[in-house]
Structures are given as structure tokens and as C-alpha cells.
Design a protein around this ligand. Sequence first.
Ligand code: ZN
Length: 399
Amino acid sequence: MSPSKTSPAGNQTGEPIEMAIDILGRLVAFESVTSVSNREAIAYIADHFDRLGASVRRLPSRGADKENLWVTFGEAAAEGVVLSGHIDVVPVTGQDWTRPPFTLTREAGRLYGRGTTDMKGFIACVMAAASRIDPTTLSRPIHVAITFDEEVGCIGARELVDFMEDETFRPGVIVVGEPTGMAVVDRHKGSVGFTTEVVGRSSHSSQVHLGFNAIELAAELVGFLVKLGIDQKLGAPDPHFPYPFPSINVGTIHGGQVRNIVAPTCAFDWEIRPVLPSQLTAIRHAFDVHVEDRIASLRRDGGFVPTIETRCIYDTPPLVADPQSEAAGLALKLLERNATMAVSYGTEAGIYQEAGHAVAVCGPGDIQQAHTPDEWIAIDQLEDCMIFLRRLIEYCARG
Ligand SMILES: [Zn+2]
């Protein structure tokens, strides 16, 4: 079958699925990689919802040239349902694409383009499904939240949490439409990244007693983290995850200058993937105590005292299954499914749960396609998502 491109102008009057595909074509054409502003894409989405009669609020970021978007259908009352997605996509540089990444290509039941799966497909479905909302019939409001910079640490979601905190109403349910194949996900691990920098003192390697080797101390700290990671296997496994324990990974290490100079600096990037928030706290605490003890003992020795500084680079908390939460129960009911699932990737859902919201992850597409060259989504996944959204809108109208 020969590839065909969707009309860039979009035909938004046909069947809901065709409308979703047209909108997806528009969304893919915005090169909303995290290094550039998302304002044009947000303006397009805001205009779409505005024309459907929703109340639309563009929320400029505190720190970046980016915006979150908050849309409300119906009265801004409590217990609303939030459909949440991020508009940023990962870059395509260095990837071997055989189709244009920022033009939607329709081919054999698939739609190719950056972000089709992660996660403009979901946003397009929400935009198309919203054309069927009659705000006057809603007994629960429906909100749409579009966030920025998910791919670089869920920065937009953190600002959105503060925004929701400041509002007088509190949503009842948040559905994050990351790709789950339309399964209902109520748990995933967290993902918290750090950089630790050790600063010692350089000297010629013939006079090691005058310097302090930062690489040696960093290696010792890495060894401590490795042991801490192994110790996690003494805890109770969570069989929902392929690796059923919290994990620690040291991903990079850089230090020193040349072979015959005592290394003055060394830094390493590492990450914790906790199953539960308490495990994150415990691992972080154990590392901090170890560092403090190490510095204290060097100070007692009376020689040079290095500095060890650890910065948190990103912090995506885990999503913990909560049988009391309305979110997973509602999604299961509307999808006529009877079991939730776990995934091993992180999402913004952990941030919303940490802030006290009931949240589930459920969206079209397969995570295997996310971030890949020739990223694609199956059209039938979008169709399943449209059915889910239609039922959700009906549910909010009934109350
Ligand atoms: Zn995503």
C-alpha cells in the first residue's frame, strides 16, 4: 500500500476517528521537542477547545518559554474528570527515520510520525471526542490538561499540580493518556535521577600525598550504591514488575584529566527506580548518611576534606495501586475490563498521586513504539480510545 499524507488543513466534520486523525496530523506537524517553545501548539489546541465552548486557560510556565493548558467543559465544580497528556516529544536527531517525522503518514492501518504514540494520539482523540460534549448536560465537569516538558522530568505536571492546588475546586479523577494499549494501569515505578559531584585536589601523580583523588572517592560511593542496590533484593518483591525490587543504576561517570595527575573532580549520574515512595526515601537517606559519615571521618583525619554534592535532576514518583481510588475503577468500568496492569516506565501520574489525586494511566498505542524512529500508532488503538472517551463523556453527563 502506498503511503498517503493527511491534509494539513484538516477535515474536522467527518467521522470522529477521521477527525482525530486529521487533528493528529496537525499536532505532529508542530515540532514540539522539549528544546523549543510549545506556545504555537498550545495556541492551536486552546483555539480548538475555545471554539467548542470550553473555558480555556493558558498557563505560562514559571521558568520556561512553555505553557500548560487547562480546559474545562461544564461548571468549574469539584469532582471533575481530568484527561491529561503532554505535548512535548523526544527529538529525532540521530534516529534513522524512513518517513518524515513531523508529517503524519497513513499506511496500512498505521499512522507514522513523532509523538503519534507518545502521546499526541491521545490528545488528538480527546480533541475530537470533545466536539461531542454538550457542556449544559454535564453533571461532572470534564477538564483537559496539556502539559509541557514531560520528557525531561515532568516539569509541566509539577506546575499543574500547584495550579490545581490554588483552584477552589478539586478534580475527582485524573486519567493520564500515556500509551497502555488502552489497558488500565494503576501502578508503575518511580524514576528519580541524581548527579553526584566529588571535588578533590589535583597534584602530580609522583606526589599523591599532596592531592586528593576524586575518582577514588567517587568509585567508593559508586560501590556503596551497588551494594545498596543488591540489598534491595532482601525486601518483599512486587511480582507486578519484571524486576520486582527497587533498582539503582549508575549510568555515567566522568572524572580526571590525564594518567599522571591526581584527579581533582569526578561526577556520576545515577538513578533510583522505587516501587514505593518509602523505598526512595530510605535509599536516599542511606546514601546521604554514608556521605556525611565519610566526610566526617576525613575531617577527623585532619587532611584535605573533599566536597561531595548530590543534585536531583528529575523526580518522577512511583504510582502506587490504590483500591480506594475512583480513577482505576471508573476506567475499568468504562472499558469493560476487570483487571489493572503495571508498567515499568514512569509517567506524570505519580506526581498527581503524590499531590493526593486519584489517577490512572490509560491511553492508545504501545509503549514499544515511543521514542523510536518511525514511531507509529495503530488506527484501531485510536478507535478504542474514542469509544472510551465517548463513554466517559456519557458518564459525566449522567453523573
Ligand atoms: Zn509520554
